[in-house]
Design a protein around this ligand. Sequence first.
Ligand SMILES: [Zn+2]
Ligand SMILES: [Zn+2]
Length: 494
Amino acid sequence: MPESQIYIPYRKGFSFKIRYLNPNWGVLHICSGNNIALQVNIRSHENTLALNSLINGAWGTQEEPAGFPFDVNQEIFLSVGAGADGFYLSAGIVGSVVIFTYKYAYRLPETQGLYLIYTNYANLEDCTILPHDSELIGQSIQSESETSNKLSLTDNVESEPAYLEFSDINSYKFYEVNVDRVEIITRYGRIGTSGQTSRQTYATPEKARIAACKKLNEKLQKGYVPAIIGNRPPRPPRSLDIAQFIRLTWKPIVTDGDSSLLSSKFSGLPWLRKDEPWPNCPICGRLMQLFFQLNMNELPEPVRFEFGSGLLQMFYCCNWGCEGEVESAVVSYGRTADLNKNLLIRLVQPNGEASTAPIPLALSDYFPAKTIVDWQQLEDYPDAPDEIVANIYGWEEVNNEEKQDEIVERLGFYDLEDYCEHRLTYEGDKLAGYPLWVQGMEYSGCPICHEPMRQVFQLASEDNLPYMFGDVGIGHVLQCRTHKEQFAFIWACS
Ligand SMILES: [Zn+2]
Ligand SMILES: [Zn+2]
């Protein structure tokens, strides 16, 4: 079932029409922010509609207009118009006249001008947005009782401005469209400023409305979202460019199945020395699962020998009872790093004869193998400003909240939440890059030199491995830059 959505720019004065095929059941939502201004629940098999709205998390009283005279296999149209005091619904069989009408009084306070509509059962590509005094709505109004004439959509209709915002790590802008009869007034600029205004005139009010709707939908496709003026404070001027802290990271590109003993892979058969037993868990002694093997010769050029040579292997004990076996790091940067002990991470040099033993039968739930055939390079951003604090002021300052706030402001964000909402730290399995710390930074220091270890590999729950670290946690393989045989593994979940 396709789920689509379309945006109607005005609370009042607009209507739309949808064609339904086999509307056995289904739900149409007209939303404004987190509110559902109108839910239309079609129940053709019961010849009824159920109408309701969800305002500030609370459903209202359901209205069930009787006599919705359509059968399950009829192709019908439904039009909804936003009038001065309520939604006007009308329906009929495609190609025929309106035979059902109903008015649903507004429950939503008139604060948010923009509505989006979506459905999981109708083909919204057939959705037509009509000006308010279209023939269709005209029919629906005419077929209402005489008292409804004073509620006609053509009376008391005022357009409300539609206001959208776009914010990411670099941009912070708004776009507002207002229609005043035949004129469209567009205002745009940085959030918190009054921006620039432009005006365009059209031949008729209908043409102006349709053009405004088109402009808004173009912006929405570019990632703008409906917003309320003033909800986001202005951002401070930027004096520190976050681009200088971008690190490269690589997402593994995989194919199903194992390949050679020397290939980079998730699960599958690792390279083991001839006669070497399959690695056992240092905690429980049971057999471990190969999580990944990386052939350092096959890594992307910028990090080909950054983490050592040969094969980097990580075996992990997935047996029940071992997951919580941790030991606090001797030195931590950020939170106290809890190092997992139910594993083996090592660099091996695949020289000499390899073992020919298959995967032990005792590992009955062994994960399906995936071969890493390529790496997709991405730009990675620090997930929190403490990485930047460490970079600028040194690692001893990572827990200094004043310094973190200062960095957030210098980067041009209005607060930490603004930063975190927009930072782009890749959350899946990846090589190098910045760790996405679910519970905040927790780098362990090298047991030999105490220097902070850096990320070699990030393992996300259920990305390439069908394994869950707690509740959708993320794990990090860390290594000392100097003592490349020193590894640590830390995971956290929310
Ligand atoms: Zn174990
Ligand atoms: Zn070290």
